[in-house]
Design a protein around this ligand. Structure first.
Ligand SMILES: Cc1cc2nc3c(=O)[nH]c(=O)nc-3n(C[C@H](O)[C@H](O)[C@H](O)COP(=O)(O)OP(=O)(O)OC[C@H]3O[C@@H](n4cnc5c(N)ncnc54)[C@H](O)[C@@H]3O)c2cc1C
Length: 399
């Protein structure tokens, strides 16, 4: 198995996230295991870092490998291809998929790494694969605006947990304007409405109880200059709405949470109350940001990439954010990594099956010869385990 990565050895660290987050802990463990295998079984597993795949090679409907650039030179790698090059939520260059399919989002900043330029989507469409739902691009409501660099094209994501623990979103009048726990597209939509009303900037405000629960987050964001601690009076001054207006927002919110008032935006779940002007707060500026692309390459349930006749290419699999149509029109928080794991495993199984079938059907000229290339090992110390090994022309590499 040959793994080509355009990045460094470590997996993508979510901007603002690290190994304290379960998803990252899992990713690091998987990467570590893979790196161990490159050392213990270098004939089976190789990783080439900083290699950029530039095209998918095929003969008829069968994919034969990839072409890639490495150290300023062009190389090819032959074999079955499993592509997992991610989404296009940072595709700001020439031939941008965002510009083509969602020009309205092209001017936004992104939470993604600079690698999320839709290379895989473009290479696969080049050979006749289908892009589906390409206009389904998720705009996350809470990108952290750095006061020192407010127009930065790449922004940190404010974790969902901040609103989950009772963070309020306030406009430039110090008023709420949404159910803070609504879906990402809804909250982003409400923020755009405030912009039209000239009520930006938007601030996310955590009271002291929520700040304590989110201690790791608030320290992390504060350390990067993206969040500030302040008193209620300082907050009213910073917003410029006056203390009375801010107090009214907090009193109304407490009454809504107590069931004494109805929330105009239908919020139903409340945490870390009450809000009081006499409290301390952690505060950050927020802007909607490009976050995820639901659109991508059409695959079937075996993670096989489909051609324009809706038939699978042979020896070509796609998974992860590259694959379109997995999450519908607007993905729910937390489900991308689930999709990566599910379709990653499906793609791996399908690729192994493909190689095994090819070995059995075409790896040698006669059945007798093929049988000679395959050896079965039954280890009495591990009952139920059978190992199959083979050699010969059919034992192609996975790329
Ligand atoms: C800030 C942030 C927080 C998130 N939090 C969550 C969360 O909590 N839960 C959740 O489920 N999802 C979350 N997501 C979404 C999730 O992280 C991504 O959808 C997921 O990581 C995509 O994985 P992937 O392997 O498909 O692509 P990626 O992780 O984007 O990896 C693609 C890899 O392919 C490489 N590559 C690209 N083009 C080429 C090329 N031409 N040649 C060689 N290599 C190439 C890239 O360098 C990269 O290493 C978050 C996303 C972001 C940005």
């Amino acid at each position: 198995m040959l793994i080509l990565r355009s990045g460094h050895s470590q997996p993508r660290t979510h901007r603002g996230h690290d190994a304290k987050f379960p998803g990252m802990a899992i990713t690091y463990a998987l990467m570590q295991r893979l790196e161990e295998l490159t050392e213990s079984e270098p004939d089976r597993v190789q990783i080439i870092k900083k290699a950029r795949v530039t095209s998918i090679n095929k003969s008829g409907n069968t994919v034969t490998g990839v072409t890639y650039e490495y150290n300023g030179e062009t190389h090819t790698a032959d074999g079955v291809v499993v592509l997992a090059t991610g989404g296009y939520a940072a595709d700001f260059g020439d031939g941008s998929l965002l510009k083509q399919h969602r020009p309205d989002t092209f001017g936004l900043s992104s939470t993604n790494g600079t690698h999320a330029t839709g290379d895989g989507q473009k290479m696969l469409m080049e050979i006749g694969a289908n892009g589906i739902d390409m206009d389904k691009v998720q705009v996350h409501p809470t990108g952290l605006v750095d006061p020192k660099d407010p127009t930065a094209k790449f922004k940190f994501l404010a974790a969902e947990a901040l609103r989950g623990e009772g963070g309020l979103l306030l406009n430039s009048d110090g008023e709420r304007f949404s159910d803070e726990l609504g879906h990402r597209d809804y909250v982003s939509g409400q923020m755009w409405k405030e912009k039209e009303k000239n009520k930006w900037p938007i601030r996310l405000v955590l009271n002291s109880k929520a700040s304590n629960v989110l201690d790791f987050h608030t320290r992390h964001y504060s350390g990067r200059g993206l969040m500030k601690k302040m008193t209620g009076k300082e907050l009213a001054k910073e917003i410029g709405c006056g203390e009375a207006a801010l107090k009214k927002t907090f009193d109304d919110y407490n009454a809504i949470a107590d069931g004494k008032k109805k929330d105009p935006w239908g919020k139903r779940f409340f945490h870390n109350l009450p809000f009081s002007i006499d409290d301390d707060f952690h505060v950050a500026l927020m802007e909607p940001v490009l976050h995820f692309t639901m659109g991508g390459i059409e695959i079937n349930e075996h993670a096989e990439v489909l051609n324009s006749e809706q038939k699978p290419f042979e020896g070509l699999y796609a998974c992860g954010e590259l694959a379109g149509g997995v999450h519908g029109a607007n993905r729910l928080g937390g489900s991308s990594l689930l999709g990566c794991v599910v379709y990653g495993r499906v793609a791996g199984d399908s690729a192994s099956q493909f190689l095994f079938k090819r070995l059995l059907s075409g790896g040698a000229s006669t059945a007798q010869q093929r049988l000679g290339q395959i050896s079965l090992h039954i280890d009495p110390s591990t009952p139920g385990k059978i190992a199959v090994e083979w050699t010969g022309a059919g034992s192609g590499r996975e790329v």
